[in-house]
Design a protein. Structure first.
Lengths: 285, 285
């Protein structure tokens, strides 16, 4: 297994059309590679405005978005080959058997699609009406192999649930990615506390509990009622933030992530060996 | 259900003998009550030095500690009655059918023992050799009723695992307590990162994921190789620290905890209704 991996995160503002967004994504992947990235992660739904902000998305619109799926993946495969880089391709609208999924595609440095992850936890909330357009994927949280490393991929709302990241880690993931689209919603007071802080804290918690580094990549910019808060970050296996982008920063950050720390922590602290799975049945019922 | 509860935390340095420690505990409970506490939490193993620091604890020593169990509980029941306060009695050494447990006793404001929680996750680590003296309890993580509120109780090392607190919350806990004994160990470099920060962050993460306030009560002082770091805290249902004691502070803090916030967050964000338990089987195997 690799001892360390240079991870690139690409954070940007979405433009008006798909082609333009894909061009920006490709340019940022290229920039990350020039900084030494071996694996790059894009934001959730990186080719479009965050359309689930509207409750009613016409089926025709989803069809249109899904038609780009194959050609975008093809373009990204070429980028991976030419830069010899692996990619967690944020997410795209995927049509499969008359359902639409919020799907992340994993591409290795030879341009092979090594797997797909269809978002399993679908938000249903003001300005995040994904339940009105996406079906929920089913997944066994078995990691994908990229650069010889077991990689887990989850998407945005998944990050508020301890179970999917736990399952990936128990299945051997050494690194977990969360392409994301989250921000402040105008007209909603944050009476429950600081959303952005809670969002980072809960993911740092996942990193600690599971001794895995976590890479979360968000977009920036204002789209209708949402001000996306950027702040993409990488945390190490003990929850220390080792990279964090700005709220309005467009660009890439590349950070070398030590993959050996997880084993050391997990062993030293007994975070896996100390588990009592026979007592956890409530979690699955 | 109560809308809010005045929660008292009692943090102190352990003295040389059991009787003295129990006196300090009682005095602090009394102090917390004078500040309006309706429920008070003591630290883990609040009547003794943290003896599991040594690998070999003679069975006779455990027997001796366990003999105090009944009389200490009796004393605390009287305190609860006289102050009309509920108590999460940190933990004590309990002997049951030739096994020794690290056991928290829950006493209501009428002096009734409403339940016991035997620590389920037992650390086995340098200076935390609890596996050499304690058996692991089994528990279904069903909350206890104190002051009309469903209360979850876990102990120290349990706090590094997402499952027990998750199970309590799914079973209806509105508030979770963690009596604790944790500190820095001299002679061990913190090469994995900041232990104390990770300890707080992971528990704030539990609070957010489960929309429950968390109350963690640690000891202070230097005992052989361990410098206990105090820093007992209360976090609300969105992970905001609403009370935090000092590293060397002896005394009590009483904080009114709003119990309604959890429902609002859980509903608003869909943290429970959005779960996919049918996909989580890896967590219990």
């Amino acid at each position: 297994m690799e001892q360390a991996l240079a991870v690139g995160i690409a954070q940007y503002r979405m433009r008006g059309n798909v082609a333009e967004n894909v061009e920006v994504a490709k340019a940022l992947i290229s920039e990350a590679c020039s900084l030494g990235a071996e694996i790059v992660c894009l934001p959730e739904l990186f080719a479009y405005y965050y359309f689930p902000q509207k409750r009613e998305i016409p089926r025709s619109k989803l069809q249109e978005f899904a038609r780009y799926f194959t050609s975008i993946v093809e373009e990204l495969r070429e980028v991976c080959i030419s830069h010899e880089v692996s990619l967690v391709a944020g997410s795209l609208v995927e049509n499969h058997e008359n359902s639409y999924y919020n799907t992340s595609v994993l591409i290795d440095e030879n341009g092979n699609v090594v797997g797909k992850y269809r978002k399993t936890h679908i938000p249903s909330d003001e300005c995040y009406h994904e339940d009105s357009c996406f079906d929920a994927g089913s997944h066994d949280f078995r990691p994908f192999m990229l650069r010889g490393v077991e990689v887990g991929v989850l998407i945005c709302f998944d990050q508020w649930f301890p179970e999917p990241v736990r399952a990936y880690a128990l299945n051997g993931a050494k690194l977990v990615f969360y392409p994301t689209a989250i921000g402040w919603v105008s007209g909603i007071a944050q009476t429950e506390g600081n959303w952005k802080e809670a969002w980072e804290v809960i993911q740092r918690g996942h990193a600690i509990a599971n001794s895995v580094p976590i890479v979360t990549v968000n977009r920036i910019g204002v789209e209708d009622r949402i001000t996306f808060w950027g702040s993409s970050f990488i945390v190490d296996q003990f929850g220390s933030v080792i990279a964090r982008m700005g709220i309005e920063e467009e660009g890439v950050v590349v950070r070398r992530v030590d993959l050996r720390l997880g084993e050391k922590i997990r062993e030293g602290w007994g975070f896996f060996r100390g588990r009592r799975p026979e007592l956890y049945s409530r979690v699955t019922t």
